[in-house]
Ligand binder design. Structure first.
Ligand code: DOR
Ligand code: ZN
Length: 364
């Protein structure tokens, strides 16, 4: 008689990156214990009948901002991970632009305590890689991190972007550790100058945000990061790919053998410049939602493997922080961890890609 398990999800259609097949799934101690025919399942404390349903692996969202500690009016680790669970996301990687910034072993230890006490799903924590934290790389790794986050451009939290010299040094220090560096790849100096010009000209409407951050800021940043990665051997990941034009430096780096991966988010696949009027400041996000012509190349890049991952950049703010009249005072970002899977599966249902593609992008 085989051992009793905690849960059997019975008689569904199990979906993997390669195939769909009728099967039941047995779970014990939070791990998959067996996948097979319903008759072959061990005795279980609980049975969930999935007849007529698809059974997908829980999504891994490698890019969320849960705001804890520091911004309880926006989110905390409990509300964020509850939203993840409701959205089919069973693992999240949380970004370090909380208060204080996760750039020291002390701040990391504090955040681990918060996350362990509140999380409903599995998680990993990022640490910042900036001019002030290069010295802490070893201690941060010892403290338990999923990877490093390097801000090449400014966004919520105003973490200063390192100079190219400091970035090279940081890559040299991290490369031998094998940890991956995730990049907010937008070049700060370009954006700052353009924003200043737009503000001086009196532009305050939502679309001015897009004008301040043309795709060239991302193209330049991705290309520069790929060069530094190639030089040092540091493994890198390009966060929130928003434009068709970034795909060329990404694909070229992959072809040269650079250890580089990339993600895009539902809002770059589904929204466009046409939506600024409708949403006003709510649509403000970094990088910005771009011209509709970018959408098809992003889908194509997911399908051909140039982009590896669907993530969300889940970045909630309070309503009053998103609805100010002057776009430059609106906080950047919006929620996404709970809506990624339903949005993407709706597109799968429309024939954009197969459900196996989706499982590959979201969970493999
Ligand atoms: O719009 C954004 N908001 N982009 C980011 O990169 C950060 C995020 C946030 O933390 O609010
Ligand atoms: Zn982000």
């Amino acid at each position: 008689m085989s051992e009793t398990v905690d849960l059997v999800i019975s008689c569904g259609t199990v979906v993997s990156p390669d195939a769909s097949y009728p099967a039941s799934v047995a779970i014990k101690n939070g791990l998959i214990h067996a996948i097979g025919a319903a008759e072959a399942m061990p005795p279980s404390r609980e049975i969930l009948d999935a007849t007529g349903l698809h059974v997908l692996p829980g999504a891994i969202d490698v890019h969320v901002h849960f705001r804890d500690p520091g911004y309880p009016q926006k989110e905390d680790f409990a509300s964020g991970t509850a939203a993840a669970a409701f959205g089919g996301v069973t693992t999240v990687f949380d970004m370090p632009n909380t208060l204080p910034t996760v750039g020291t072993p002390e701040a990391l230890a504090d955040k681990h305590l918060i996350a362990a006490a509140k999380a409903y799903v599995d998680y990993g924590l990022y640490a910042v890689l900036g001019e002030d934290s290069i010295q802490h790389v070893g201690a941060l790794i010892d403290g338990g991190i999923i990877g490093f986050k390097l801000y090449m451009g400014n966004t919520f939290g105003r973490i200063p972007s390192p100079s190219t010299g400091a970035m090279l040094e940081a890559f040299e220090v991290v490369a031998p550790t094998g940890k991956r560096i995730s990049l907010h790849a937008e070049t700060n100096s370009v954006m700052e100058r353009r924003e200043q010009r737009l503000r001086a000209a009196g532009r305050t409407e939502a679309i001015a945000h897009l004008d301040a951050r043309p795709a060239v800021v991302a193209i330049e940043a991705v290309a520069r990061a790929a060069i530094l990665s190639e030089w040092t051997g540091a493994r890198i990941h390009v966060l929130h790919i928003s434009s068709a034009a970034e795909l060329r430096p990404l694909a070229e780096a992959k072809a040269r053998g650079v250890d580089i991966t990339g993600e895009t988010c539902p809002h770059y696949l589904l929204l466009s410049e046409k939506d600024y009027q409708k949403f006003g400041g709510v649509i403000r996000v970094n990088p910005p939602v771009r011209e509709a012509a970018n959408q098809l190349p992003l889908w194509t890049a997911l399908l051909d493997g140039t982009i590896d991952i669907i993530a969300t950049d889940h970045a909630p703010h309070a309503p009053d922080e998103k609805t100010r009249a002057d776009i430059w005072t609106v906080d950047c970002g919006f929620p996404g961890v709970e809506t990624q899977m339903p949005l993407m599966l709706t597109e799968i249902n429309r024939g954009r890609a197969t459900i196996h593609d989706y499982v590959r992008w979201s969970a493999e």
